[in-house]
Design a protein around this ligand. Structure first.
Ligand SMILES: *Cc1c(COP(=O)(O)O)cnc(C)c1O
Length: 241
């Protein structure tokens, strides 16, 4: 087994164990393998080990990797059992909305109406609607990205009116803290906001939270998608995201 395959298996075992400990079904939790900064060969290895969902932070890098992976798989004539699903999880610049809408299946970090509108307008007609999450700032002043909790409902209503987007849920990147109780309460906050939206009639099935270091806490708080990079692909280079 390759290193990536065995690390992937270890991460799946962590997800399984965390789900079991929380009384949840492991099948409710999707693992998004965050391949930013790693080459297409690394993604191909993960595909060969059965991984289908991948996350990228930078539009250009992600798009080049999607194309390179397609060629690689074709060259090896080894079609994976299932096609890949690509998640854009990075910050969204407005001049990148078109290329993101053309190449990705999911976008996790929507935090402005203008970005949502642009993504919807440039989603190609021959593809299904773009699956999206609203990024919520659960860390208060410690973070600048994401909408404030009181603005989530308004943004959700805007997104639900956009024809080429399908609102799936909420996403957060809690600022790292050495205080486990604080980390936990930030994860819980995202679930509570989701529950409040459900009460107000917004249909959501996704809570995208949890990374290499906090996936257990995130699953305990209800995560349905964990985004894991280092624990699968190894440490990223010092200069890389
Ligand atoms: C890099 C990144 C991850 C993965 O983080 P790891 O610590 O490598 O698991 C998850 N989500 C987002 C938004 C990221 O930028």
């Amino acid at each position: 087994m390759t290193t990536i395959a065995s690390r992937l298996q270890a991460v799946k075992a962590r997800i399984f164990e965390a789900a079991r400990a929380a009384g949840r079904t492991p099948g409710e939790i999707t693992l998004v393998a965050v391949s930013k900064t790693f080459p297409p060969q690394a993604v191909a290895e993960a595909c060969a080990a059965g991984q289908t969902d991948f996350g990228e932070n930078y539009a250009q890098e992600g798009i080049e990797k999607i194309a390179a992976l397609f060629d690689l798989i074709r060259q090896r004539n080894a079609s994976p059992e299932r096609p890949q699903t690509w998640h854009y999880i990075g910050p969204i610049q407005s001049n990148k909305t078109r290329s993101i809408a053309e190449h990705f299946d999911w976008v996790h970090g929507i935090d402005r109406e203008k970005i949502a509108e642009r993504l919807s307008a440039s989603r190609p007609d021959d593809k299904p609607p773009l699956q999206v999450c609203i990024q919520v700032n659960v860390s208060g002043e410690a973070s600048k990205s994401g909408v404030t909790p009181d603005a989530v409902f308004g943004l959700a209503q805007t997104i639900m009116r956009l024809p080429r987007l399908r609102l799936r849920g909420l996403m957060a990147i809690p600022e790292p803290t050495s205080d486990p109780a604080l980390q936990r309460s930030r994860l819980r906050m995202l679930r509570e906001i989701r529950d409040e939206l459900l009460r107000r009639g917004v249909e959501l099935d996704t809570l995208s939270m949890g990374m290499s270091d906090d996936l257990e806490a995130a699953i305990a708080e209800g995560a349905t998608m964990v985004r894991v990079g280092r624990a699968i692909f190894g440490e990223r280079g010092a200069s890389a995201g």
